[in-house]
Design a binder for this molecule. Structure first.
Ligand code: 13P
Ligand code: SF4
Length: 359
């Protein structure tokens, strides 16, 4: 036991019932591909038919059917990031989006239970904005290389070394790190957040490449950290130039977590939703999305006529979320996301400042 805990904290910790105790479990549904399941999921299969062969749908459909039924029974809402696989993105999610959209939506949902299909920092952000609600993540091990690159103690040391310099922290961080932060940002608002600050020097952490990409667009001095996204750091400018050489008409669209040399050869750069909107609005004949590869499949289903070139870099953390695990979440109310109350209030402030800035 942590000897520094107060008696009140110990009492509170002991008396908070788990999500399973609060809501109870429900029977695991039959997972048979019956004619009724086939009929009731037919319209959903139409959205993913280019990605899931017809012969495989009988394996997916019972899960899709059960999740959609249990979601209603539980009064739960499923929030899914743009990197989730097509059967999650198109068949069971209620709200999809980039990190900023999911954070904003999390703050406004009525449902008592949020099932976060994404990685842990996203679920933690939802919990910060909804302390009274139950936030579940289907796999607690769904992490993020950026989030794991830095700790709260690292930020405290950076603040001592750079007194008076405001700290902008990418939302891809733990609550512990957010608690040491002045304001959070995502890839869609990072420049606006940096520009909103009065100071001429800004700590923009932990994504080194995002910070370098912002530094190219602002007159402020940007200090950073050596964190990288293990998916985006794999793309190289040479690889993209080879695609351009093979077909000069190809549009290359990159996520700002890529190295600036990669962004330099892109026709457009933006958050995951920024990239999706670009494809939907511009309708390029042929496009390459320089990002996690499930996203191309998700947007492809909504943009007929656009040809997608797909170098496939998968995020192993995002891919931990599967239909069977989502079903387990709804049946057994797991895994529940909790945040140490001693850091939650300060971390919430940093996220709320970001969310409110865009309003
Ligand atoms: P977005 O905020 O652009 O959705 O990015 C989140 C992420 O994890 C990208 O790797
Ligand atoms: Fe983290 Fe990169 Fe995966 Fe996004 S794609 S969750 S930044 S490791």
């Amino acid at each position: 036991m942590n000897m520094l805990q107060t008696a009140k904290e110990i009492r509170t910790a002991q008396s908070v019932p788990s999500a399973l105790e609060r809501f109870g479990d429900i029977d695991m549904p039959d997972l048979e591909y019956t004619p009724a399941v086939a009929r009731e999921t037919e319209h959903l299969y139409a959205r993913v038919k280019d990605h899931i062969p017809a012969i495989e749908w009988p394996v997916f459909a019972p899960y899709v059917h059960a999740i959609n039924r249990l979601k209603k029974e539980r009064g739960a809402v499923i929030l899914a990031h743009n990197y989730q696989t097509p059967e999650i993105f198109h068949c069971v999610s209620d709200i999809v989006g980039d990190s900023l959209q999911l954070a904003r939506e999390a703050g406004t949902v009525d449902a008592e239970i949020i099932v976060q299909c994404g990685v842990h920092f996203m679920a933690e952000t939802s919990k910060l904005l909804n302390p009274e609600k139950t936030v579940l993540i289907p796999d607690m091990k769904a992490g993020c290389s950026l989030s794991e690159s830095i700790t709260g103690a690292d930020v405290r040391r950076l603040k001592v070394a750079n007194p008076g310099v405001p700290v902008v922290t990418y939302v891809n961080t733990s609550a512990d790190v957010k608690a040491e932060t002045d304001i959070c940002c995502t890839s869609s608002n990072a420049l606006a957040i940096v520009e909103s600050l009065e100071e001429d020097t800004v700590l923009c952490i932990p994504d080194e490449y995002l910070a370098m990409n912002i530094a190219k667009q602002t007159s402020k001095k940007i200090l950073t950290w050596k964190g990288h996204c293990e998916v985006h750091e794999r793309f190289t400018a040479d690889e993209l130039l080879a695609y351009k050489e093979a077909d000069p008409n190809i549009q290359i669209i990159g996520h700002p977590e890529c190295h600036p040399d990669v962004i330099e050869v892109c026709d457009f750069s933006g958050s995951t939703s920024g990239m999706i909107n670009y494809v939907k609005e511009e309708r390029p004949q042929k496009v390459l999305l320089v990002t996690e590869c499930s996203m191309a499949s998700n947007v492809e289903a909504e943009t007929p006529g656009v040809e997608f070139v797909k170098p496939c870099n998968l995020c192993p953390h995002m891919k931990r979320i599967t239909l069977p695990k989502i079903l387990d979440s709804l049946v057994f109310m797991k895994e529940e996301v909790t945040i140490d109350p001693r850091i939650a209030d300060r971390a919430r402030l940093a996220v709320e400042r970001m969310v409110n800035l865009g309003k």
